[in-house]
Design a protein around this ligand. Structure first.
Ligand code: DAK
Length: 257
């Protein structure tokens, strides 16, 4: 099915979504959020998909929410229509989502990348929350997620001044998992995504839940949660297959359930 704002593909258990509004540096508008949610819904339901990859162009992952769409909005309308409110659903997905970021990831574009489970960046990537320069503030978790990842000082400085950081700085402060040369970005991200998609689906989803638990409670509660899920894993066929394959010195073949 053709989309107005996205290119969509799938191979080797990976669902690939390419943001595709080149005329606006992939600025995120209502149509893009609606289409992204449709595609992610379909990937969540598709038993063949074990990992999702979101990317943009070499010049821009996404240069923010679409300022031209937002410029004339006013409060009752944005509130009553829940303008762009469904965007946050990206962070609620159960299957892992990788953001492969090249070029500008600004404002809502950076927030979209931060909603993904991890970011692999090209060496030309630039990350920032410049909303303050437009007289507004981040609206999709930027103040919260950047502060958790990079720490209060770095987040405050970036958010209050609107300055952006390059890929090397983003890697140093824990915002991105790793940086690769631009021409290698898609291959590197696809390789990670394929690796994830080939693992036990149950183990991968349980792992995502465990890591996300870090943001929700105390260490003690997180450790108990992890222990319970670890014990529950022994009820899955994938545990028998994974450990059996190791002992028999062969590659495991995991089911899609
Ligand atoms: N929106 C709309 N159009 C954009 C855009 C954007 N964010 N960014 C770029 N474009 C358009 C430009 O207007 C230009 O279009 P034409 O003039 O050719 O028609 C085209 O893309 C190419 O851009 P430039 O000519 O500016 O390209 P340069 O290489 O010179 O500069 C740039 C690249 C990224 C430095 C520059 O384009 C730029 O500063 N862009 C704006 C960056 C920005 O301020 N982003 C933050 C936007 S505010 C919400 C949640 C979140 C948000 C809102 C609501 N809710 C849940 C309700 C988030 C808000 C934001 O992100």
């Amino acid at each position: 099915m053709p989309y107005e704002t996205l290119l969509v593909d799938q191979a080797d258990g990976v669902g690939l979504v390419t943001l595709n509004r080149p005329e606006a540096l992939n600025a995120i508008n209502t149509a893009l959020i609606d289409e992204l949610n449709q595609v992610l819904d379909a990937f969540e339901r598709d038993a063949n998909i074990g990992c999702v990859l979101i990317t943009g162009s070499a010049k821009a992952f996404a240069a923010g929410a679409d300022v031209k769409e937002m410029a004339e909005l006013c409060f009752p309308g944005t509130y009553l229509d829940d303008f762009l409110g469904r965007w946050d659903r990206v962070a609620e997905r159960r299957k892992p989502i990788i953001a492969a970021v090249a070029g500008h990831a600004l404002g809502g574009g950076f927030e979209l990348a931060l909603m993904c489970d991890f970011i692999i960046a090209a060496d030309n990537a630039r990350f920032g929350l410049p909303e303050v320069k437009l007289g507004v503030i981040p609206g999709s978790g930027g103040t919260q997620r950047l502060t958790r990842l990079a720490g209060r000082a770095k987040a405050m400085e970036m958010i209050l001044t609107g300055r952006s950081m390059d890929a090397a700085e983003a890697e140093r402060c824990g915002v991105v998992a790793r940086v690769v040369p631009l021409p290698e970005l898609l291959d590197a991200a696809m390789q990670s995504a394929r690796q994830i998609a080939a693992q036990s689906r149950t183990a991968v989803l349980l792992l995502k839940e465990c890591v996300n638990r870090v943001d929700e409670g105390s260490l003690g509660e997180g450790l108990r949660f992890e222990r319970r899920l670890f014990q529950a894993v022994f009820a899955t066929p994938d545990q028998k297959e994974g450990m059996g394959a190791f002992i028999e010195k062969r590659k495991p073949v995991f089911g899609k359930q």
